[in-house]
Write a protein that binds this ligand. Sequence first.
Ligand SMILES: [Zn+2]
Length: 150
Amino acid sequence: MSPIRLDLAVSSTAVDHLHSTVLVVLGHQKCGAVAAACSGDKMPSRNLEAIVDRSVRVTQAKTYAKPMNLLEAAVKENVHQSAKDVLANSEILRDAVKAGKLTVIEAEYQFDSGAWLVSTRPQAVRTSHSSAKKQRPKNQGLTEGSPQLP
Ligand SMILES: [Zn+2]
């Protein structure tokens, strides 16, 4: 089983049988895999390539429109894409989010400060009971602090 499939199976089991209510998709500052993808060098494995390649291409498109630090932006995009992929590929996790039983949190660990940057993007918290969350300003991006657990 590839690492992605294995992670998905473990996550689905945690939600289905152990009733986990929070799934944290955690990236980290200065990620070597994302840096390798940004450099255009060949990735060490096909799995790594599959994980970060799309994120880097999306980020490159955004960078073209608005100058930004490619690696920093790609790390954030990789977390966001991974959170989307997890939900796209697991019916169990999707159903749990729709039922309001699971919150997917996108986060990035900062080696410099030891802080977590936690995303408040609507995608991560879209549930059937999101009337209060709809009032949040859109696209807050990543904010520093501890994850807000439900
Ligand atoms: Zn990494």
